[in-house]
Design a protein around this ligand. Sequence first.
Ligand SMILES: [Zn+2]
Length: 218
Amino acid sequence: MDDQNRPFSRSESNIVHSPVSIKSWLLRVPSVDEARPGQCPVCAAASRPVGGPLGLWGHGLHERQLRGPQEPLGSPQTVVLRVRRYQCQRCMAIVTVMPQGVVPRRYYAAPTIALALVLFSLRRLPTAEVRHHVCPWRVVGDTAQDSWSTLLRWCRAAKKGALLVPGFPDVRPCPADFTLRQVAERVAAALISLAPPGSSELSPEFRAFVGGGLMQRA
Ligand SMILES: [Zn+2]
């Protein structure tokens, strides 16, 4: 979870996105029973087999940071999100359940990443200005004043189809000659397309933020 450009790891097959939004989850963490997935994402064992013992046992909460605004026009902040863990009693995998929109191994969730990509591509903002909108840290080193390396890392990861979650629809590796802004525009469009049709009157920033919040691994 360090925002580096690692390829998707095996552990990402252990991730399940709950239909609960980040906002609702932050207000109240679903109980062990509420968040328990229907089956193990690794071996497909049923979690509540009829007449049998539970297949996925609660394995506690795990704290992780989420950075960025909680609303499209909000100030960036850092919050602690407590995700639920389970252990599969058949394959013994540790399964993590998190709200939809949370990106495994990244400090920023998809709504914030989507907002940043819109500001960078459609609005043509310099990376340092994008940073101002989405990064909660105000004190930056001299080099970070000129560019924001996290945003550029996201674009490079997206170019390889490795920014969000495995199987996220519509985000394919980009042609080698795509600029980072073109890559950003493509991923932003994919996230905007997740926003409900009724939001089409709203700004791309708003639709990207909302669409990002609905991102789930396939
Ligand atoms: Zn299993």
